[in-house]
Design a protein around this ligand. Structure first.
Ligand code: AHM
Ligand code: MG
Length: 323
């Protein structure tokens, strides 16, 4: 039985990074406890607030954000944090080495119906001479991530993380320890499962319409196999399914709001999930470019996402040719 810290030490992770991951997991354990109590703790339902993206905040969005912020900003390795629920980055220790971006509770529309949600995080190094409270400190491509991962709060709580040496899974024990349960996760190259919000079909660009039409034709269509579809509406749960048994997940650009590149956010959804997927042998793209190659311009920047099993993403890419 290998505990998270022991496993990280074993893989030559620096003491500073271990200290930071320790704080992140302390926060996630607290969030897991709040989630488990649900209505008993009075934490379900909607708050009065709206975040910078105009989305109504759930009580648990705010509670989770406050927990992460308080614990991380108390950690001397943290120079600053940026969150889905904060308008601007919040500075930490001016001498801190790391920046953390996070979506405190992804998929939070699922909370009230007791379906899986998760915390997504990405860790970057803070550039020298720049405050961790400045947006500019965070404007680094996904390729610069030092570590990334998520904690899925499902029937059990699971941490899935990469420090750039493959992907590992750790399950939260009754005693409150994250214990290594799967090492060097690899996504099957080919699968028969896709995930996309089909209710947006009429808003997609013709390339995506044509690809999904072919998926739906099954063994009689040009792709020659029958596909199954899953949509949890919680990216953490979709990515976890793909890391576990393969598949392709898409949240493409659509014309409901043509000015937005997509629904999901680059810095705390697209990049960390792309790092995990690539480290597990999959591909992650905007449908045209690798997500992790994007040079960010804004903390809350959005991105189109298509990720998962290598062969399936490659097929999807063939339908999308740049002009
Ligand atoms: P959130 O960060 O506000 O929870 O939104 C992100 C979520 C993803 O987890 C999920 O893939 C998607 O939004 C669901 O979108 P939809 O409501 O269109 O099904
Ligand atoms: Mg989210």
């Amino acid at each position: 039985m290998l505990l998270l810290n022991q496993h990280l030490k074993h893989n030559d992770t620096s003491d500073e990074l271990i200290e930071l991951i320790d704080s992140l997991m302390l926060s996630c354990k607290e969030i897991a406890i709040k989630l488990r109590e649900g209505a008993l703790a009075g934490v379900l339902g909607t708050s009065e607030g709206v975040n910078v993206q105009g989305e109504t905040q759930k009580k648990l969005d705010i509670i989770s954000n406050d927990i992460l912020k308080a614990v991380l900003l108390d950690n001397p390795t943290v120079a600053g944090v940026a969150s889905e629920e904060e308008d601007h980055p919040v500075p930490g220790n001016p001498d801190g080495k790391y920046l953390v971006t996070f979506d405190p509770l992804d998929g939070s529309s699922n909370i009230d119906v007791n379906v899986s949600v998760g915390t997504i995080f990405s860790i970057l190094e803070c550039p020298e001479g720049v405050s961790g409270g400045d947006d500019s400190a965070f404007m680094q491509s996904g390729r610069k991530q030092v570590a990334a991962g998520y904690v899925l709060y499902g029937p059990c709580a699971v941490l899935v993380m990469t420090t750039g040496q493959g992907v590992n899974m750790y399950t939260l024990s009754h005693g409150g320890d994250f214990i290594l349960t799967e090492e060097a996760v690899k996504i099957p190259e080919q699968t028969q499962e896709f995930g996309i919000n089909m209710s947006n079909q009429r808003f997609w660009e013709p390339e995506m319409q044509s690809y999904v039409n072919d998926l739906l034709q099954g063994e009689e269509g040009p792709l020659g196999k029958r596909y199954n579809m899953r949509w949890v509406a919680s990216m953490v749960a979709e990515v976890h399914r793909i890391l576990t048994r393969g598949g392709i997940f898409m949240y493409p650009w659509d014309k409901r709001d043509p000015a937005k590149p997509g629904k999901l956010r680059l810095m705390y959804e697209g990049n960390p999930m792309s790092f995990l997927i690539e480290q597990a042998g999959g591909l992650s793209t905007t449908c045209y470019d690798d997500i992790m190659d994007i040079q960010p311009e804004k903390i809350h920047q959005r991105v189109a996402v298509g990720l998962g099993s290598k062969a399936e993403v490659e097929t999807m890419l063939k339908y999308h040719v740049k002009d």
